[in-house]
Design a protein around this ligand. Structure first.
Ligand SMILES: Nc1ncnc2c1ncn2[C@@H]1O[C@H](COP(=O)(O)OP(=O)(O)OP(=O)(O)O)[C@@H](O)[C@H]1O
Ligand SMILES: [Mg+2]
Length: 206
């Protein structure tokens, strides 16, 4: 959590190798992704991270399964990919909407498609930038509960949110914690005063 302009999206984009830092290192799974060549970066994006956005970024005139399969399109879609997409759609509760055009879905259903799309590569890390920002509170809660289930199954989940109820659901969970950001600096203290460190420093407690 953090104020507008504090660097939340920038942090996620850098973790997801969508953006490259001008200085510093970004260590993910013991590899510094800040200076990887583009060829290896696309492998990292394909295999390690899944992105979920506030605005879903779905193709409205393509059906649900087509949207889920988009990240695999450059590599050619195989039958096993379709089977896997169908399995993931069952997990996110859209097993019976496979061939519905996305423009016909509700906001909550659309965000579930976006979550399924983020899962198609079986990423270790899920980065979610305000995944409930465009949803009513009940739908938002069900989306966060779905994301928490994925974390319980072993995914690393990083959620950016403005919503204290979302932050509350995370902090109440034994696997979860809240971290605040202000002017690019991370802190576990919402008041920032007592305990604050630079994200580029070598602080032992990240
Ligand atoms: N690629 C970039 N290069 C330089 N500055 C950037 C870049 N991307 C974003 N910024 C700047 O970094 C700051 C943080 O932006 P960011 O989008 O990460 O904020 P945010 O915390 O996600 O805000 P919001 O809550 O409004 O989404 C802003 O001042 C923005 O203009
Ligand atoms: Mg942002």
């Amino acid at each position: 959590m953090g104020p507008s302009g504090s660097g939340k999206s920038t942090l996620l984009n850098i973790l997801g190798a969508m953006d490259i830092p001008t200085s510093g290192t970004v260590i993910v799974n013991e590899i510094n992704i800040a200076n990887l060549p583009e060829r290896k970066l696309s492998g990292y994006r394909k295999n390690t991270v899944g992105f979920i956005f506030q605005n879903f970024y779905l193709l409205p005139n393509v059906d649900v399964i087509g949207n889920v399969l988009i990240p695999l399109t450059p590599y050619g879609i195989k039958d096993e990919d379709r089977t896997r997409a169908q399995e993931i759609l069952e997990i996110v509760g859209l097993g019976n909407r496979t061939h519905t055009k996305v423009r016909k879905l509700s906001g909550g259903e659309s965000q579930r498609v976006a979550i399924a799309r983020a899962l198609i590569n079986d990423p270790k890390i899920i980065l979610a930038d305000e995944p409930t920002g465009n949803l009513d509170s009940e739908t938002g809660k069900s989306i966060i509960e779905l994301l928490i289930k994925l974390a319980e199954k072993g995914k690393t989940l990083i959620i950016v949110t403005h919503d204290p109820r979302v932050a509350g659901l995370i902090s109440e969970h034994p696997l979860g914690q809240n971290i605040w950001i202000k002017d690019g600096k991370l802190s576990k203290d919402p008041t920032y005063d007592m305990y604050c460190w630079d994200i580029n420093s070598n602080a032992s407690d990240p």
